[in-house]
Ligand binder design. Sequence first.
Ligand code: IDP
Ligand code: MG
Length: 147
Amino acid sequence: MEQTLVILKPNAVQRELIGNLISRFEQRGLKITAMKLCIISTETAERHYREHLGEAFYEGLISFITSGPSVIIVLESLAAVNIVRSMVGATNPADAAPGTIRGDYATSPGHNMIHASDSTESALREIELFFSPDEIMSYKLSVRPWL
Ligand code: IDP
Ligand code: MG
């Protein structure tokens, strides 16, 4: 099984879409193995988005992602990284297909609602950044054999 990290960004929390977005992942068959509501610190945000240091949007990205509570989630399934990325949609909501989260709820790249790891390597790094090993639950869902 593969794990991936999702962040419901501060505007998703403010727009009261937490339950709606989590439902999409549950309905698809992704298992929640860790979850918390927190205000991401500037230090953690800078580590999380280190690849974007120097980009024109970097300062705005850090100030937005630290501006209020976010929901941080670890999701697990076969091919979780690719499945969740495809559910999230293109970075620029203008390019995101209807039916994807960004295609259904967002219009601007700066407020595109949600983060999802872009590779298994990123997922491992990002999960470690936000969760300690004891915060990640290992458990069985009885519906698993039906998926
Ligand atoms: P991703 O979230 O789809 O993986 P990345 O290229 O990794 O996209 O960019 C990280 C985040 O930086 C995006 O989710 C978005 O919030 C922000 N971002 C990326 N490109 C732009 C831009 O051109 N303008 C404003 N914000 C951007
Ligand atoms: Mg990215």
